[in-house]
Design a protein. Structure first.
Length: 295
């Protein structure tokens, strides 16, 4: 598989967002206000750059409104996912959110001209099985169908809609202009929501503020500039499925910094997950019969 610029950007984006669950799990700020500052600080850092370099271009009204919609969708996704992580286990929230490739595949089939190939559906099934193996089959015995469960599922649905809409928008708007509009809409939307729900805008520790800035710079700016570029040049289905690999990197980071264990089962699950993602990048459409004949 040739590593092109879009694929390299996708890898970079995945590495950057993989630290996000670790930072949220620290619980140094409420989930909703954490989402607000992730968007707001990212906008504060990006806006001077696009103004000084004159790289911001105002799109046509239709695509301007769609970019605003993307900002609302993505910020809603981050907000409900933050709450899901803090109200349940990060494992449950991550697993349910990562059902998004299924929703993206269905949405692509219904609404996009580029339909998911057989490779995508085979890769999705294999990757989800790898994800289940990674988190452990016993996990499902303790699955709680509560608010956190619903929020995690909602996060995956919002995320898939965001990918599908942004794929359309990025065909007409450059990445920097798209990110500027999206972040501006996200900041206003979440700011109003936080104010209405009496969320604390201040009172965090120095470490808490540092983590909020880190989320904005690494998990938002670096990650989503890279992923948006990849989305612009790749199929939305491939991007969404590739993002599952963040679970592997997050597990390694949790082992390094949170002293969480990595078992043989997790390693096997990670390998299966990556194999499923690899299937979607075959240049030619494959069938189940051909796939297993080669192996």
């Amino acid at each position: 598989m040739k590593i092109t610029k879009p694929r390299l950007a996708l890898i970079c984006g995945i590495l950057c967002i993989s630290i996000f669950p670790i930072l949220v799990k620290l619980k140094l700020a409420p989930g909703l206000i954490s989402a607000f500052y992730r968007m707001f600080f990212a906008l504060v850092f990006l806006l001077p750059y696009v103004l000084i370099t004159k790289s911001f271009k105002l799109p046509k009204t239709k695509f301007l409104l769609l970019a605003v919609l993307c900002g609302v969708l993505f910020s809603s996704d981050v907000a409900v996912w933050n709450i899901a992580i803090q109200d349940s286990s990060a494992t449950q929230a991550s697993l349910l959110t990562n059902l998004s490739p299924v929703w993206v595949g269905i949405g692509s089939f219904l609404f996009l001209k580029s339909k998911p190939a057989t490779n995508f559906w085979i890769g999705t099934v294999v990757s989800l099985f790898g994800m289940v193996t990674l988190v452990g089959f016993e996990f499902f015995i303790d699955l709680n169908f509560n608010q956190a469960f619903l929020f995690a599922v909602l996060s995956g649905i919002l995320y898939s809609i965001y990918l599908l809409v942004s794929k359309n928008v990025l065909s007409e708007i450059d990445v920097l202009s798209f990110m500027t509009i999206s972040l501006f809409a996200s900041s206003i939307y979440l700011g109003i929501l936080c104010y209405a729900l009496n969320q604390p805008f201040t009172g965090f520790t120095d470490t808490g503020w540092f983590v909020l800035v880190l989320q904005a710079v690494i998990c938002q700016l670096c990650a989503w500039l890279s992923i948006s570029y990849a989305t612009q040049h790749m199929r939305a289905t491939r991007v969404s499925l590739s993002l599952l690999s963040q679970a592997i990197i997050t597990s390694i980071l949790a082992w390094l910094f949170l002293e969480e264990k990595i078992t043989l089962q997790m390693i096997i699950g990670g390998i299966v997950l990556l194999f499923g993602i690899r299937i979607t990048f075959y240049d030619k459409t494959i069938s189940l019969k051909k796939l297993f004949a080669k192996n």
